[in-house]
Design a protein around this ligand. Structure first.
Ligand SMILES: Cc1cc2nc3c(=O)[nH]c(=O)nc-3n(C[C@H](O)[C@H](O)[C@H](O)COP(=O)(O)O)c2cc1C
Length: 384
């Protein structure tokens, strides 16, 4: 798949504050996915930034036990990357200060991309950058609170609310002015949710507009797509979400491509089964509960098996797995020699939902410079 693709041989490490990251590849924060177990599987494949699940600022400052569990990093996680979701500049600053003072992470990413109606309806997530003063205050206060510990802050955002209400260039400039270390753009509007294709031209536009590093996000299914995005946009790094679902080895391909090597992992079904078993064991260890860990692993099964010849009964049994012994027994029934299904390469995976009108608070679009903190937009649960 990398044949004929220009490799990003002139790429440089991603500089985030005092840290240099090679290759400039980011595992996108994904609620319910990028926990300590999945991050470990991905980290073992290659270098990069591996962002934890989204953490709600209020839940963090209130020290909700579930949230404190979610921000645990493995002892060997050299660059601890934590994503915060907040709508209140003071609460976001308090969360960033807590992270700095208690040495909870090495990097803070601020989430302004969430398109979920229950969030945008209250003015949070991808609705928030429209209120540019409030957006600027949140980012500035987070940067200032994290600065004493030398913790770089980045923002992750979408193009805007919809095609008539684009915010990304202005928001990128505001974030840069506020002192962020980099800006990541998921090149879809909130209205698009996960439908259609990401607009890589918008990523190129943002790259042209900013001096700080710009990270491109959207529709990287293979290392070849990452290289194409870099060639098309000139971005300083790539952020990979759904492409690695059921395929943690994608980070090996990405690392190789950035190193100038055209190689692609194509594990057999037996090799995939071994990774699946390890993933489930790591989840059980992280969640400290076998039933809970196995239940959480179920969502990954279809992604791992996509395109492989696996009978309906076996798939159904796997999707209801309740213990590690049962999982390993069922995985043993797979045809270990089945080769990787090449036809599934480059195909979208994970969420691909239809576009939907963005719910917003009354009058939201009429007053861009109102910086009142939206009420009730702070999610009380970390992890989305
Ligand atoms: C299951 C899932 C959970 C997500 N959770 C978050 C999140 O917590 N924070 C965030 O900024 N983006 C979240 N996203 C968006 C991704 O980080 C990423 O921006 C998006 O999937 C587009 O990249 P992709 O085309 O590589 O998947 C999530 C996406 C998925 C599929």
């Amino acid at each position: 798949m990398l044949d004929g693709v220009t490799l990003a041989t002139s790429a440089t490490p991603l500089t985030l504050g005092k840290h240099q990251v090679w290759p400039p590849v980011v595992l996108a924060p994904m609620a319910g996915i990028t926990n300590v177990a999945f991050r470990r599987l991905c980290r073992e494949q290659g270098g990069g930034v591996y962002v934890c699940e989204m953490i709600t600022t209020r839940a963090l400052v209130e020290r909700i036990p579930k949230t404190l569990k979610m921000i645990r990093f493995a002892p060997d996680e050299g660059f601890r990357s934590l994503q915060l979701y907040g709508v209140d500049p003071d609460v976001t600053a308090a969360a960033a200060r807590m992270i700095a003072e208690e040495d909870l992470a090495d990097h803070i990413d601020l989430n302004f991309g969430c398109p979920v109606p229950k969030v945008t309806r209250r003015g949070g997530g991808s609705a928030l950058p429209w209120r540019r003063k409030l957006f600027g205050r949140i980012v500035r206060q987070a940067v200032q609170a994290a600065a004493p510990a030398g913790i770089p802050v980045t923002v992750k955002m979408r193009k805007g609310i919809d095609d008539d209400h684009l915010t990304y260039v202005e928001a990128g400039l505001i974030a840069q002015e506020a002192g962020v270390a980099a800006v990541a753009l998921h090149a879809r509007t909130a209205e698009q949710r996960y439908s259609g294709t990401a607009d890589w031209d918008a990523i190129a536009t943002l790259k042209q507009a900013l001096d700080v590093p710009v990270l491109g996000n959207g529709d990287i299914w293979e290392a070849a797509d990452a290289m194409r995005m870099v060639a098309h946009t000139g971005v300083d790094g790539v952020v990979v979400g759904r492409g690695c679902l059921g395929r943690p080895w994608l980070f090996k391909d990405l690392h190789a491509a950035y190193d100038g090597v055209r190689s692609q992992e194509l594990p057999s079904l037996g090799e995939v089964a071994a990774i699946m078993s390890r993933h489930a064991h790591l989840l059980v260890e992280a969640l400290e509960d076998e039933r809970h860990g196995c239940a959480d692993f179920r969502k990954h099964i279809a992604w791992y098996l996509k395109g492989f010849p696996v009978g309906g009964d076996l798939r159904r049994s796997l999707s209801m797995v309740a213990s590690l012994a049962q999982l390993d027994d069922l995985l043993g029934k797979l045809d270990a020699d089945a080769p990787f299904p090449r036809e599934s390469l480059g195909q979208p995976r994970g969420r691909i939902n239809a576009p939907g009108k963005v719910s917003l608070p009354y009058g939201w679009l009429d007053s861009r410079d109102d910086d009142t903190v939206p009420e009730g937009a702070e999610m009380d649960n970390s992890g989305g």
